[in-house]
Write a protein that binds this ligand. Structure first.
Ligand SMILES: Nc1nc2c([nH]c(=O)n2[C@H]2C[C@H](O)[C@@H](COP(=O)(O)OP(=O)(O)OP(=O)(O)O)O2)c(=O)[nH]1
Ligand SMILES: [Mg+2]
Length: 132
């Protein structure tokens, strides 16, 4: 059987050497872990359009542009995802957990102190390679 791949837009919101992370709710897929905000790309949307919509909903930011960082396909067993990861530095607003979720600005050097989903190991190493 062919596997369904869920296409996801993920935003690494970056200001100087810090990035903004949120905690996934316990009942979500990969719940209780930290994430870079984002969500599923809907039919007919580009990754940037999905990112713009999701970052406004989840963290209250209006983004103006983004740049591709890495694309990762990961099979969690229960779900297969394609994470289209973009870096976002050009935005307006104060980042916050707009859905009530815990959130923090953290230094790129501190990311290893947080638990992320398995697919994020590669995202974090791409961030470090590019910005450290
Ligand atoms: N947003 C985000 N999702 C991630 C990351 N790492 C990772 O494996 N994922 C997975 C978890 C989910 O299976 C999927 C993203 O879905 P999501 O739960 O954010 O989607 P959504 O915002 O549209 O949420 P929902 O309305 O469907 O609950 O990608 C990450 O850093 N950020
Ligand atoms: Mg989401």
């Amino acid at each position: 059987m062919t596997k369904v791949i869920i296409n996801v837009a993920v935003g690494v919101i970056k200001k100087n050497n810090n990035v903004f992370i949120c905690k996934r709710a316990d009942e979500q897929h990969q719940g209780g872990l930290w994430e870079f905000p984002g969500g599923k790309v809907e039919a007919g949307e580009s990754v940037f359009q999905a990112l713009k919509r999701e970052l406004l909903e989840e963290v209250g930011l209006t983004i103006h542009s983004s740049s591709e960082l890495i694309t990762i396909e990961h099979d969690y067993g229960d779900k297969c995802v394609r994470l289209n990861v973009h870096v976002v530095s050009n935005f307006n607003g104060q980042a916050h957990g707009a859905e009530g979720q815990p959130s923090e600005w953290v230094g790129i050097d501190e990311l290893d102190n947080y638990d992320f989903p398995a697919a994020n190991v590669e995202i974090i190493s791409a961030i470090k390679t590019k910005y450290n």
